[in-house]
Design a binder for this molecule. Structure first.
Ligand SMILES: *Cc1c(COP(=O)(O)O)cnc(C)c1O
Length: 458
């Protein structure tokens, strides 16, 4: 066996061993970055090391700092695992090593994005002729959607923002909710629209933009307008009233609505959840993640734009660029040029589940979130703070911030499951996000048992 083959086979073995041990593994990390850096660090090596040893030593040394977030009892942030077909395809993509920027570099990668992009639009109930891009995640998807919006509203006002920048441009009013995700603010920061010069609309107890406040704020707007709405709040899972706000926005002549639906947009795949995304198809751009709820593994975001020309104008270099062909070029729809071929993995995930499988995955996670919330709500001294409309649950213990933080720390140290904390409307809470394809009822029950056991002894 040559060195390459030996190293790849060893990596596959180590990966499979890791996955086989997931169910019993301590879910959170057992060492921090400083400790891991001590294990793997040292001086820049002068001489090389054979590939098999590099892989083995790294796997051993990194192990305590590996978080079992692909496993069934990781409920932190909003984190997806990796479906079997997606994980396997990802390994193959590593071997293929395609640069997905251009058709000329990989016709197969171009084809995978085209097909997967079309399937995504259909799954999510978005216009079939929208343009699509595969950024690293929904955060950069927000930046892309807003860049397309910036292009469009300024073009209508007679200004070429790509050529002339924002100096001297007509002012754009940007309207966002108080609960907009942090990446919406960074997108505004990248685009010269400013984090602080936005109109922030108040939200209700679930974190939804108040439609009456939005209408009042919109009444004062004159000139180009970009409104950023949210489908799926990271804490509560709640949705902004997109339909109502779209009605109010429709009175303005020059507007753009962007929807940040990193995980919430997936409600569209389920007839029983679809009411939550009512009106979302009236927006101009949408950002979501495949690496969260679709469980493609990291990384894969998805952005779609109704006006393909605005999308391309905002993202691409000069039209005379020498590699431009008659084909759709992947790099014209995202901020990257060279990048990995994540389209293959997205394709594999959708193909392995089919529409029915995606629906079942989303509905199962929501069912498990309700199951966990119901048991927790029934327990003494435990309060569920949100309406569990999707896959997110917020829990508070003993009516106290201190006690809530103690329970979160105890659960993390226990290792049966992992969940993080948040602050919701001024009070501390534990966040549970059920987003993994492999989580079962038994995992949900075992996790609630662990939470209640930790709460009793913390
Ligand atoms: C996770 C999330 C994002 C950012 O997505 P990344 O995949 O981290 O880029 C943006 N908005 C919402 C609502 C999210 O939940």
């Amino acid at each position: 066996m040559n060195e390459r083959e030996a190293a790849l086979r060893r990596a596959a073995e180590l990966g499979l061993d890791y996955l086989a041990g997931l169910d019993e593994r301590h879910v959170g990390a057992r060492a921090d970055a400083t400790a891991i850096a001590q294990r793997i660090g040292g001086l820049l090596p002068e001489a090389g090391t054979d590939a098999v040893s590099v892989v083995e030593e790294l796997a051993g040394a990194a192990d305590p700092g590996i978080v079992a977030s692909v496993g069934p009892r990781y409920f932190g942030f909003v984190i997806g695992g990796a479906l079997p077909a997606a994980a396997a395809t990802d390994w193959l993509v590593g071997a293929w090593g395609q640069n997905a920027a251009l058709h000329a570099l990989s016709p197969a990668a171009a084809a995978a994005e085209q097909v997967a992009g079309r399937w995504m639009l259909e799954l999510l109930g978005l216009p079939a002729d929208a343009s699509v891009g595969l950024p690293t995640g929904a955060g950069l998807g927000n930046a892309i959607g807003l860049a397309a919006g910036r292009h469009a509203v300024l073009a209508r006002a007679g200004w070429d923002v790509e050529a002339h920048g924002l100096y001297g441009a007509p002012e754009i009013t940007v309207l966002i909710g108080e609960e907009a995700h942090a990446t919406v603010l960074t997108a505004l920061q990248y685009l010269g629209l400013g984090r602080d010069r936005v109109v922030r609309v108040p939200t209700d107890d679930q974190g939804r933009i108040r439609a009456d406040s939005a209408a009042a704020a919109l009444a004062a707007v004159d000139g180009p307008l970009i409104a950023v709405l949210q489908a799926g709040n990271v804490n509560t899972g709640a949705f902004d009233p997109v339909d109502e706000i779209a009605d109010a926005v429709a009175d303005h002549p020059n507007t753009w609505i962007h929807v940040d639906g990193a995980f919430g947009l997936w409600a569209a795949v389920s007839p029983s959840l679809r009411h939550l995304v009512e009106g979302v198809d009236r927006a101009d751009s949408w950002s979501t993640d495949a690496h969260k709820w679709l469980n493609v593994g990291y990384d894969c975001g998805f952005v779609a734009v109704r006006d393909a020309e605005a999308h391309r104008a905002a993202m691409s270099a000069s039209a005379s660029y020498l590699m431009r062909s008659e084909q759709r070029e992947n790099w014209e729809w995202t901020l990257d040029s060279s990048r990995r071929a994540r389209g293959f993995v997205l394709y594999a995930a959708i193909r392995s589940l089919g529409r029915e499988g995606v629906q079942a995955l989303v509905e199962r996670c929501c069912m498990l979130a309700r199951r966990m919330a119901d048991r927790l709500r029934d327990a003494e001294g435990v309060e569920v703070l949100n309406d569990v409309v999707l896959n997110q649950v917020m829990v508070r213990f003993g009516g106290s911030d201190e006690r809530t933080r103690e329970v979160i720390a105890a659960v993390q140290a226990d290792g049966t499951a992992w969940m993080g904390g948040t602050t919701w409307k001024g009070v501390a809470a534990m966040r549970i996000s059920v987003s993994n394809w492999s989580t079962t009822e038994a995992d949900a029950d075992r996790t609630v048992d662990a939470i209640l056991r930790c709460a009793a002894s913390a």
